[in-house]
Design a protein around this ligand. Sequence first.
Ligand SMILES: [Zn+2]
Length: 196
Amino acid sequence: MTSHAPNFYFPAPRLQKFCSQCGAENTQRIPPDDNRTRDVCDHCGAIHYQNPRNVVGVLPIRDDRILLCRRAIEPRYNKWTLPAGFMELGETTAQGAMRETQEEAGAQIELGPLYTVIDVPHAEQVHFFYLAKVLSDDLYPGPESIEAAFFRIEDIPWPELAFRTIITTLEHYIADSKAGVFPMHHYDIPTPFPKN
Ligand SMILES: [Zn+2]
């Protein structure tokens, strides 16, 4: 490992036991002309690359309140989150953020600008949150949410928030609200969330 990238790491891939091309068992090794361990099929020669996944969501605002959803799924069951989830094939980050808001909160929103872009290398993810204006008090949370509710800033349940990208996005919003400007923030969360 070179000294110019002290935080860069080469994790072993999430083991994909069988080849998705031919069904033979994969082995994990570094292919020729590569520098990382991959799942390789010695039967058909396929190399199964794995890459970070995108999580897309919104920070939904209605006047002086923020919309949060209480998770009905693991991980972090019963914790509060911003509407967000894994991007689907064929959609843009904005479309994914709107879809997740519809699925998890059933909220009518008007999407605003991209607000936080957060690299989470230990989780092999990148998170994108858009600002959004909520157009109605009516919420219709879907099966992934126990409930959806609006919180004033002073009522945000900080110890009950699900993920650090949620906490930091809300912290930026509160700081920016005092300044009255909402620039995009791009930053890293380099270490795992402490277990509690
Ligand atoms: Zn194969």
